[in-house]
Design a protein around this ligand. Structure first.
Ligand code: KIV
Ligand code: ZN
Length: 391
């Protein structure tokens, strides 16, 4: 594998679907899985097969239709879970079992009432057992973000010896700072025997709004897989947003890290997921929010009309948004009014623009946004005073 390639592991259908109210049926999951494959993700985590007959059926059916991506099923470090996942994945061209166990003191003490050595024993047993069914076994050290580095390194080394191909280092509770998470990955790269033979994976939650920053810190420090979801949906405050990490790597080429994602499909995929899950996206969401490429203040609009790059660090076309929006509000200036008027066919002279702008401000002060319909009415008024050229 190229050293500069970052694998995109999409967990929209597993961690994303755990969100209350986002449940999908098998048909909806199949449509999304097909789209994720087309988008170019490397791994699709299709579900947690032992959790319900519906989830089993979804993983089973998705395994049959996915052509390029690896299809992955989640399990606990429990033999029955692994057997069920293997069965659900049996038609996958590239199957992966994702098994694991909590490794932080808090999980060991309160969840399992167990010990570090017992957790390692159970992890090893799960990885070796999964290897009987598939070659590709990913191990997650749940709550790795709050697991002491020396113990985490020992866990990783033992899992490599048992045959794990990917080691997932989840910041399950979204607690880490980017420096801390990056340093954790670096520590593992430098202290785990055999680490060069496996892929380290970032799985970050967004409880403090740091999921994307942590994942990027992870790959800068040597991880080569990011686990993420479309629109950043997922447990509590969500997971790392796929569209964000992909565009960060694309817009910062000096990092020398690439993905295989066809970025032009990002916006459409985001729409597909929000509609089928009934989960709206906040307007100011990076990359795919309604306002991500909308400009409303006069100073910004004037700049963007002269040259898009004055206020945009990426081309909307690159993420599948057809154009930047110049939104007319009471904060807009003459340049924006002339631009939007021209878009709907009115060529204004300087004098006409001055009178149109005074009328525009009166309307804009009474409503949140001035739309094309308002502009047509406004142009009729201006036309009464001075004939406008209509193209
Ligand atoms: O957040 C987490 O730790 C997880 C694991 C099950 C991979 O989702
Ligand atoms: Zn998670």
């Amino acid at each position: 594998m190229q050293n500069d390639k970052v694998q995109i592991f999409d967990t929209t259908l597993r961690d994303g679907e755990q969100v209350p109210g986002c449940k999908l049926d098998t048909t909806q999951k199949l449509i999304i899985a097909e789209r994720l494959d087309f988008l170019g993700v490397d791994v699709i985590e299709a579900g947690f097969p032992v959790s319900s007959p519906g989830d089993f059926a979804s993983v089973h059916e998705i395994s049959k239709i996915v052509k390029n991506a690896t299809v992955c099923g989640l399990t606990r470090a429990v033999k029955k879970d692994i057997e069920v996942a293997a069965e659900a994945l049996k038609y996958a061209v590239k199957p992966r079992i994702h098994t694991g166990i909590g490794t932080s003191d808090s999980h060991i003490k309160y969840k399992f009432n167990s010990s570090q050595s017992e957790v390692i024993r159970r992890g090893k047993e799960a990885v070796s057992y999964a290897k009987n069914f598939v070659d590709d076994v990913e191990f997650y050290a749940e709550d790795a973000g709050r697991t002491e580095n020396a113990f985490l390194a020992k866990v990783c080394e033992e899992m490599i010896q048992s045959g794990a191909t990917v080691l997932n280092i989840p910041d399950t509770t979204g607690y880490c700072l980017p420096e801390e998470y990056g340093a954790k990955i670096k520590y593992l790269k430098e202290n785990v025997k055999g680490i060069e033979n496996v892929i380290l994976s970032c799985h970050c939650h967004n409880d403090l709004g740091l999921a994307t920053a942590n994942s990027i810190a992870g790959v800068i420090n040597g991880a080569r897989q990011i686990e993420c979801t479309i629109n950043g949906i997922g447990e509590r405050a969500g997971n790392t947003a796929l569209e964000e990490v992909v565009m960060i790597l694309k817009q910062h080429p000096y990092l020398n890290l690439q993905t295989d994602i066809n970025t032009k499909l990002l916006y459409d995929t985001s729409m597909m997921v929000r509609e089928s899950m009934g989960m709206p996206v906040q307007p100011n969401k990076a990359i795919v929010g309604a306002n991500a490429f909308a400009h409303s203040s006069g100073i910004h609009q004037d700049g963007v009309i002269k040259n898009r790059e004055t206020y945009e660090i990426m081309n909307p076309l690159d993420v599948g948004v057809t154009e930047s929006a110049i939104v007319l509000t009471a904060r807009s200036g003459r340049a924006a009014l002339a631009y939007r008027s021209k878009n709907i066919g009115y060529e204004l002279t300087k004098i006409q623009l001055d009178s149109a702008y005074q009328l525009f401000l009166k309307v804009a002060d009474t409503q949140k946004e001035v739309i094309d319909e308002d502009l047509h009415r406004l142009m009729k008024e201006v036309n009464k005073i001075s004939k406008i050229i209509i193209s």
